[in-house]
Design a protein around this ligand. Structure first.
Ligand code: F6R
Length: 261
């Protein structure tokens, strides 16, 4: 990929490179800058009178959430924000390793988001399929996701959609292979903390978001990001589907951009 000056344009004050028709790539200097850029990007949505955000857990967005909390203390109002998280493990919501608990600790408890506007899949639902249908219905009822925040796995997974997931998949229960469990454990400590089951929004559900922002940091994600942006669009690399989205931005740091240098 040509990262030369001719490919770089100014976008909201950031340098960005147009990769495909709908996809833009922003290269931040380091993780700190990536987090600042991503939080500013999100804040532009949060300032709207009403916005529906799709949110991710994991190590990557921690800095972004930290910046958002700082911006809240400086006056950013979360009063019009509705959220839907991407996924949840088969754990009670207050379990230390649950996605709900992660979001509480890194964002929700520190800002003025209305409790009734926070939506999660119930990983312990007695009827997991019914729970997934309820979630899809609730997203529709709220008018769809305006901005979906995503991380990416080293194998290209998005949410809990691993390699081989069909692009028309909807929200559903999934088993978590050991490889994905050890990656998901990055922000949790030991892989033993991550259960073998979870509920996740599907790839088709993600693709219905009006806009997508994917964050990736570090050399270990370089290959997955390069393949997602430049490789064939294939279920073997789930994030490659984003090449088909009309409005998708990747913010990566320089270490992560090494995959296409
Ligand atoms: C989390 C999620 C996962 C992570 C991915 C990357 O809600 O959907 O797909 O985004 O596993 O995780 P980190 O950021 O820990 O590298």
């Amino acid at each position: 990929m040509d990262l030369g000056p001719s490919a770089i344009q100014k976008f909201w004050g950031f340098n960005f490179i147009r990769v495909g028709l709908g996809i833009r790539l922003v290269v931040a200097e380091d993780y700190e800058e990536l987090s600042r850029m991503a939080s500013q990007y999100l804040a532009d949505f949060i300032r709207r009178p009403r916005v529906v955000l799709g949110l991710a857990t994991g190590a990557t967005p921690i800095g972004t959430y930290r910046e958002l909390v700082r911006m809240y203390r400086e006056g950013l109002d979360f009063g019009g924000v509705v959220t839907f998280n991407l996924d949840e493990f088969a754990l009670p919501p207050d379990h230390p390793a649950s996605c709900r608990r992660f979001m509480e600790e890194h964002l929700f408890r520190w800002v003025n988001i209305k409790r009734e506007n926070i939506h999660f899949l119930d990983g312990m639902a007695e009827d997991p399929r019914g729970e997934c249908e309820r979630y899809e219905e609730e997203i529709r009822r709220e008018g769809g996701i305006d901005l979906q925040l995503l991380g990416i796995g080293r194998d290209g997974h998005i949410a809990l959609n691993g390699p081989g997931t069909p692009f028309d998949s909807r929200t559903r229960p999934v088993s978590l292979p050991d490889r994905m469990r050890s990656e998901l454990a990055r922000s949790l400590g030991s892989p033993d903390e991550v259960p073998h089951w979870g509920l996740t929004v599907g790839i088709a559900t993600i693709m219905e978001a009006k806009e997508i922002l994917l964050l990736a940091s570090g050399e270990e994600k370089a290959e997955a990001v390069a393949k997602a942006l430049e490789g064939p669009v294939t279920p073997e690399l789930p994030a490659s589907v984003l090449q088909l989205h009309p409005r998708c931005t990747f913010i990566v740091d320089r270490a992560c951009a090494s995959g296409f240098r």
